[in-house]
Design a protein. Structure first.
Length: 246
């Protein structure tokens, strides 16, 4: 069904000379797109989630070079702030998602959710943004007020920590084990469970050698960017550099 939808949107964009969009795609759905990307390229394709590094992203068909104009993605960012900060709870990603789901919102209409200093930020489709601002008034026991942001790049800058780890070789399973303090067998189980994505593509090869600046998403753990190797440690292991997203 999703493959058929991709083809329909690509053909509509190409034949009518308009931009067309999917809803927010999960990582497995993006992997499905990448598997058939070559047959959709004729229409022009772009993935975007509202900010750099988002996991959930919309797919847009159409290009400015073909149509002669650019069009923004129909994505809005909403900030949900406690009405009385001193009485507010420490809310998590799961709390915000649960509150949104309780409003009857389909997951495909929502992008990534970030929580920073007691404020929740989440992406949604342009069409449902006014409804969410009006209806999302409580998360667990905390009363919140919502507003649509006009600019959000500064408040959603991800904290990045640089980490150097020593590995036996430039294999992704070995790098993951060091990045998230896992055993080698635990790291390899993530591959067999379909939890590893490299630049949005499912990776099932435990011996995959990541390329410089590739983004590795590990479902349930987080995301990091691989920055390559810089020589050997004192113990003779390969020293690799990771940008860990906070």
């Amino acid at each position: 069904m999703l493959q058929k939808r991709f083809c329909e949107l690509a053909e509509r964009s190409f034949s009518q000379n308009i931009y067309t969009y999917t809803s927010f795609l999960s990582l497995p759905e993006q992997d499905l797109f990448h598997r058939m990307e070559s047959e959709l390229q004729y229409a022009g394709v772009t993935l975007y989630g509202g900010a750099q590094g988002c996991d959930r992203r919309m797919l847009r068909f159409g290009s400015s070079s073909r149509m002669g104009f650019e069009e923004e993605f129909p994505i809005r960012c909403i900030a949900a702030e406690p009405r009385q900060e001193k009485y507010s709870q420490e809310l998590t990603h799961r709390d915000y998602l649960g509150a949104l789901m309780n409003l009857g919102i389909s997951r495909e209409l929502l992008g990534d959710i970030f929580v920073k200093e007691k404020v929740g930020y989440f992406f949604c489709t342009e069409r449902i943004a006014p409804f969410l601002v009006e209806e999302l008034t409580r998360i667990r026991h905390t009363a919140v007020s919502c507003r649509i942001l006009q600019e959000w790049a500064d408040c959603l800058k991800k904290e990045v920590s640089i980490r150097k780890v020593g590995v036996a070789g430039e294999r992704l399973d070995s790098i993951l084990a060091k990045a998230y303090n896992l055993s080698r067998s635990q790291s390899q189980m993530l591959f067999s469970a379909g939890n590893i994505y490299v630049n949005g593509r499912l990776c099932e090869n435990t011996g995959y050698r990541p390329k410089n600046m590739e983004e590795i998403s590990v479902r349930g753990y987080g995301k990091f960017r691989y920055r390559g190797a810089e020589g050997l440690t004192k113990k003779g292991k390969l020293s690799v550099i990771l940008e860990i997203y906070g």
